[in-house]
Design a protein. Structure first.
Length: 363
């Protein structure tokens, strides 16, 4: 692992990028990439040679909307046991979270996997609802679990999303001039490189799939800078030790077997077509959206909006950074988050808050 954090090699990459004499704005679509960039001061290091990096909509907890969090809160308050990841439990809906619902008596369990939630259901007669959040990385596990016929008292509120449609929405908006994309290693391990090729062709933008160590990110930047300098728009794979062109075919078959693409709103975006994973009809017995339709309809009749002061939506589109938000580290902290970008370990604000007082260029 330490060979991917070699300072001397990192400095050589910086010199190579500097020789290209570029002035570019890049975006990555992964919270773990943001952690690497900020923890090791790569943004500062790369800015010295003309490269700026922003995080896009690569945090699943962050892109989940206030309405979806209000839905799962309503299911908890209706007497169901709700199981969710720790970040999802802490993420705010309109002005409260699952953590608040638990403090007021609702049965909310923090789990580390969908398998943990199934175990909860197997030990009780009560209804258990799992909040299924994540991109193509975690969705195959949800699919596999449902195919194994979990207990009848188990269901999921499906909040899974596909990444490629969000990239189309981001680039087609024209809000900012992104000149290259660093694609997520985990998602790409599942979907491979093919889905990105259409994006490079349509928008004439270079892309590189990258791993998560500092030198992975540095190499991805260098590969993008070379493409930009040459006027190319290709998809390259820096993370060859894990990602294959065809992706994980078994996992992709699981997704196709259990989910259908559907339209859904992302935080910071309007409705993105075919970006939601909706359970196919044959899994309706496990679909909380159908099983608890009356409860959820009451939630959807209300209008839930983000705080006007919170800039999480703009951060997810690359238009702002945590330091641009007046609430950051003042009103909004990990202990009292206003938006999910301060909650999730993959959120820009949480990452910036975690490292901002002790950041150094420590590659």
């Amino acid at each position: 692992m330490f060979r991917y954090r070699d300072r001397n090699f990192a400095n050589k990459i910086v010199e190579k990028v500097r020789e290209l004499d570029v002035d570019v704005l890049l975006m990555h679509v992964c919270g773990t990439h943001q952690d690497t960039v900020v923890r090791y001061g790569l943004d500062t290091l790369l800015s010295s040679c003309g490269v700026k990096i922003r995080q896009g909509p690569g945090c699943p907890i962050c892109v989940t909307t206030p309405t979806e969090y209000e839905e799962i809160i309503a299911l908890a308050e209706s007497g169901n046991i709700v199981a969710a990841f720790g970040d999802a439990v802490a993420a705010p809906g309109y002005n409260r979270s699952l953590m608040d619902a638990r403090a007021q008596g609702s049965d909310v369990r923090i789990v580390y996997s969908i398998e943990d939630a199934v175990k909860v259901a197997s030990k009780t007669y009560r209804k258990v609802v799992f909040m299924a959040i994540g991109f193509e990385t975690t969705a195959p596990t949800t699919a596999s679990t449902l195919l194994q016929k979990p207990p009848e008292n188990f269901s999921i509120l499906c909040c899974h999303r596909y990444i490629p449609p969000a990239l189309h929405a981001l680039l087609s908006s024209g809000e900012m001039r992104i000149q290259g994309l660093i694609e997520p290693g985990h998602v790409s391990t599942i979907i491979g490189l093919r889905p990105y090729e259409e994006i490079s062709t349509k928008y004439q933008i270079p892309q590189v799939v990258a791993g998560f160590e500092p030198l992975d990110m540095m190499m991805a930047v260098y590969m993008l800078a070379k493409q930009i300098k040459r006027g190319e728009a290709r998809v390259q794979n820096e993370y060859t030790r894990t990602v294959r062109y065809e992706g994980n075919q078994k996992a992709l078959r699981l997704l196709d077997e259990v989910f259908d693409p559907s339209d859904i709103v992302w935080r910071g975006f309007s409705t993105i077509p075919n970006s939601a994973m909706k359970l196919r009809p044959e899994f309706s017995d496990y679909d909380a959206e159908l099983l608890y339709s009356r409860v959820l309809e009451q939630v959807r009749e209300q209008r839930f909006e983000e705080s006007r002061e919170c800039r999480c939506g703009e951060i997810l589109r690359g238009l702002a950074e945590p330091k641009d938000c007046l609430l950051f580290a003042e009103t909004c902290t990990p202990q009292h988050p206003v938006g999910p970008c301060m909650v999730s370990i993959e959120g820009s604000c949480s990452i910036e808050y975690r490292y901002r007082r002790r950041r150094t260029d420590r590659v």
